[in-house]
Structures are given as structure tokens and as C-alpha cells.
Design a protein. Structure first.
Length: 346
């Protein structure tokens, strides 16, 4: 990477100076959390200090993942509404011109405070309940937004970043890709083959997936990496970059899955946490009769094209990223099939 290439340290330092007035960012370095890189394959994340505080610069290095310019002030307002409602959404800092984001060399960039805490993983029941409570507060806040916000987001769709968006057609591709993965005699072949077998093994979920709707504001990406947890509870909800007009059940589906994805292996609290979460959703009117049966099928339908596209990255495009194993674990169809069985008694 050349010194002035987007995402380089020199490029980041120049951007901070010109757009946020930070002439000498201290300790400028790639962001890590809990000793590992954040889970992203489209953005560059840098942390630095200035004025005794820590910040993060996010550079959307994949131009296909950038949203239209009008999305960023809308996202800033959405985050502000969430914060006013008690949701600790990570706040975007304005540029020196008061804008929500800066564009440099075709790359959209934002600066946020460096929030304390780490993503919840192998955590106990109390930590899981704290995350679930925050997720429900977020969903209630988004449900209260005016219809015009849904309409504005509907005009700014998210680029799916996959070749095949239709989950049914993605499954057909998975069937065709599996022999190639099984024939590949290296760890990448084994990784992809395992993920494709999981996907095809849980294909029954797709039959119960609801038809797509776009009648609510959704975060759309409430997995465990987008919560930060400290000793006193949730310190931040991250990454509203995929906020869109969509199905409000998607956020509840992600939250429901946290009951199984966050506890430590062997922790038997997951089923009880899941049952308690569904009961709370019903008590608050967030889930109508029978909607609990739609949650995991909805997540499965959203993940199938992504899993297949990562498989194609490995098998067809020869893009061998260490992040792929983490994405396969995050999107595990086997875990979602297990959650669906718990939710439906199947």
C-alpha cells in the first residue's frame, strides 16, 4: 500500500487534519477490540487519541458498500433519536463543516468516539439479558419513528454485495458449489464444504420465511459484534450502516439468536433466555401471535446469499480472507435451525 493510498496511515492522518481538524492524531493505529480485529471486510478502522479522548475513524474502502450521500445525515439523526431514547448508539462526530461524513478519493469516512467495552462472547446470563434489553429498547425506538423516515430510507437501499440476492437461487448455487469444495484438499475446502453442508442441511427453514416487506426502520445487523459490553452493561450499539426500510422482525430475530450465540459453550442457559426473550416481546406487543415462528427463517433467508457468496470468494475468486471463518460462525444455519426448533417445539 502506497503512502497516499486510501486506508494508509498517511492518508488517514491527512484526512483527519483536513476534515476534522486533528493535526496530530496520537497513537494512530488499526483498531483492535479484545485483542482481535473487528469483523468487517469492507471498512478500514483506525483508532487515535486527541484532547485526552480516543476516537475511531471508519473508512468505507469498498465503494460498493457506501450509501448515497443523503444517507449519512439521516443516519446521524437516527442515532440521535436512539440516544435520546436511552439506546447507547455510537454517535458520529461532525466534520469541521458540520457534515456527518467526509468523502476523500471516492471513500466515505466517519469519526466516532472510541466506546469502552468488548463484544459479548462466552458471557453469562446477566450479560445476555443486558444485551437483549438494549436490543428491545432499540426496537421500540425504531417502531416509534415517523413514516417519513421509513420512506426516506426506502429511497436509499443497501447494496447486498452478493451476486445472487434470492435465497432460493442461492441454495441452488450452494448445491452446485459443494462438490468443488469437497474436492479441494486444503483447509479452505473443508471450511467452505462445512458451511455449505450446514446451509443445505437447514434449508427447511426457507419454506417458512416471510415475504419481504419494507414497512419499518430496521438496524438489520444486530449480531453480537455490534454491541459493546462493560461491567455495568451495554456501553454501545454499533454500525447503523445497514439501517434500512425493512421487516422489523429482522431485528428481533437477530436479538433472539443472541440467546444462543453469546453464552459460553456448554452453558445451558440459552433455551431459557430465548423463552424469556420471546415472552417479553409478546408482553410488550413486539411480537404478534405466531410471529416467533418467522424469526429464524427470516435470518436464514438473509444469510443464505451471503454464505454462498463467501463460498464463491474462496472457490471461484480465490479471495482467502481469515474473516470468512468468523462470518460462517456468525451466520451459522445450524444454530438457527436449533433456535427454530426451540421456538416451535420442533
Amino acid at each position: 500500500m502506497s503512502a497516499l493510498e486510501p486506508g494508509s496511515a498517511t492518508w488517514v492522518a491527512g484526512l483527519l487534519a483536513s476534515e476534522w481538524g486533528v493535526a496530530h492524531p496520537g497513537g494512530l493505529r488499526p483498531l483492535t477490540s479484545g485483542g482481535e480485529q473487528p469483523l468487517t471486510h469492507t471498512a478500514g478502522l483506525w483508532e487515535y487519541e486527541t484532547g485526552g479522548r480516543a476516537f475511531v475513524l471508519k473508512a468505507q474502502l469498498n465503494p460498493d458498500a457506501a450509501r448515497p450521500a443523503g444517507f449519512y445525515p439521516l443516519k446521524r439523526d437516527l442515532v440521535a433519536r436512539c440516544r435520546a431514547a436511552g439506546v447507547p448508539a455510537a454517535e458520529v462526530l461532525p466534520t469541521v463543516r458540520g457534515e456527518a461524513a467526509a468523502w476523500r478519493d471516492g471513500v466515505v469516512c466517519e469519526v466516532l468516539p472510541r466506546c469502552p467495552g468488548t463484544s459479548p462472547h462466552h458471557s453469562g446470563p446477566d450479560a445476555v439479558r443486558a444485551v437483549l434489553g438494549t436490543a428491545l429498547r432499540l426496537r421500540r425506538t425504531l417502531d416509534a419513528l415517523p413514516a417519513r423516515t421509513v420512506e426516506e430510507l426506502a429511497r436509499m437501499p443497501v447494496n447486498p454485495l452478493v451476486d445472487q440476492e434470492d435465497p432460493h437461487l442461492a441454495l441452488e448455487e450452494a448445491t452446485g458449489l459443494l462438490p468443488a469444495a469437497e474436492a479441494r484438499p486444503d483447509p479452505w475446502g473443508r471450511l467452505v464444504a462445512g458451511a455449505l453442508r450446514e446451509l443445505l442441511g437447514a434449508a427447511h427453514l426457507l419454506a417458512d420465511a416471510p415475504a419481504p416487506v419494507a414497512d419499518a426502520v430496521v438496524h438489520a445487523d444486530l449480531h453480537r459484534h455490534h454491541f459493546l459490553l462493560g461491567p455495568d452493561g451495554v456501553t454501545a450499539v454499533l454500525d447503523f450502516d445497514n439501517a434500512r426500510a425493512g421487516d422489523r422482525l429482522l431485528d428481533l430475530a437477530w436479538a433472539a439468536e443472541l440467546c444462543l450465540s453469546v453464552p459460553a459453550p456448554g452453558d445451558r442457559a440459552g433455551p431459557a433466555l430465548l423463552a424469556g426473550f420471546i415472552a417479553e416481546c409478546r408482553a410488550e406487543g413486539l411480537l404478534a401471535e405466531g410471529e416467533h415462528r418467522l424469526l429464524m427463517p427470516l435470518l436464514y433467508a438473509a444469510a443464505a446469499p451471503v454464505i454462498v457468496d463467501i463460498a464463491k470468494d474462496v472457490l471461484v475468486r480465490d479471495i482467502l480472507s481469515p474473516a470468512w471463518a468468523r462470518y460462517f460462525e456468525l451466520l451459522s444455519p445450524l444454530r438457527r435451525a436449533g433456535a427454530h426448533a426451540l421456538l416451535t417445539g420442533g
